[in-house]
Design a protein around this ligand. Structure first.
Ligand SMILES: [Zn+2]
Length: 86
């Protein structure tokens, strides 16, 4: 399953967010390292303060927008939008 990536409010990176059980529309950012973790903290396991934060997930689906069906090319002088079947 491909998880949506949401911008972390602390480090401004886009982090994967998994769904939260019982809270549709909400997600939890995955644990991630803060920027420059290696130079600041060495080998210690330090998480970004924005790790595991609850965030709003993008909508799972969007309503498709139909193209403009109005015949603007003027190819149908009768104004008929149907095609004869026989
Ligand atoms: Zn972060």
């Amino acid at each position: 399953m491909k998880l949506p990536r949401i911008e972390c409010q602390d480090c401004r990176r886009h982090i994967a967010a998994g769904p939260v059980a019982g809270r549709p529309g909400k997600g939890r950012l995955w644990r991630h390292d803060p920027p420059q973790r290696r130079t600041l903290y060495g080998t210690a396991l330090v998480s970004c303060p924005g790790s595991l934060a609850i965030v709003d997930l993008p909508l799972p689906a969007r309503q498709m927008e139909l193209p403009d069906l109005v015949d603007t090319a003027g190819t149908d002088p009768d104004g008929m939008d149907t095609v004869p079947l026989f």
